[in-house]
Design a protein around this ligand. Structure first.
Ligand code: FES
Ligand code: FES
Length: 166
């Protein structure tokens, strides 16, 4: 079947089988391999992308279900060569080791900060509770998200989002 959607601000059109999962569509059809696939049971969250701004597990979503929607992957976080404060925060606070869980974590963190610019530790831990990290023990991930909260220029960020979605 023919589907079209927006991925990281670009219009995409493709022929897919109805059973194609969004995670495979992104990785195998579009070559956006930042979105990872870490389980078969919808637990690990390393496949999380934003659909219309909401974090969603792309292994539990059919590509066809996102037709007509706005999809954002980790590759779309950086804008014009400038890292998103979330990406900068993970770097500054050592929020990653192997990096496998990182794309999903960062998409969830960005979605959290877009609706709650100043989340406390408990809120951050709850927001990432659908995502597993085997390396960090989570403390530095929480610190990274707090760093991003403290370094996000809300005005600049919302105008950037407005540009990206217009
Ligand atoms: S790949 Fe594990 S939740 Fe999607
Ligand atoms: S950094 Fe390795 S799984 Fe999170």
């Amino acid at each position: 079947m023919r589907i079209s959607m927006t991925v990281n601000g670009q219009d995409v059109e493709a022929d897919v089988e109805p059973r194609t999962l969004l995670v495979h569509f992104l990785r195998d059809h579009l070559g956006l391999t930042g979105t990872h696939w870490g389980c078969d049971t919808s637990n690990c969250g390393t496949c999380v992308v934003a659909i219309d701004g909401e974090p969603v597990k792309s292994c539990t979503t059919l590509a066809a279900m996102t037709a007509g929607h706005d999809v954002r992957t980790v590759e779309g976080l950086e804008q014009d060569g400038v890292l998103d404060p979330v990406q900068e925060g993970f770097m500054q606070c050592h929020g990653l080791q192997c990096g496998f869980c990182t794309p999903g974590m960062m998409i969830t963190a960005r979605a959290l900060l877009d609706r709650d610019p100043d989340p406390d530790e408990a809120t951050i831990r709850k927001a990432i509770s659908g995502q597993i990290c085997r390396c960090t023990g989570y403390t530095t991930i929480v610190r990274s998200v707090r760093w991003a909260a403290e370094h996000t220029d809300q005005d600049a960020h919302s105008s950037q989002n407005a540009r990206a979605t217009s």
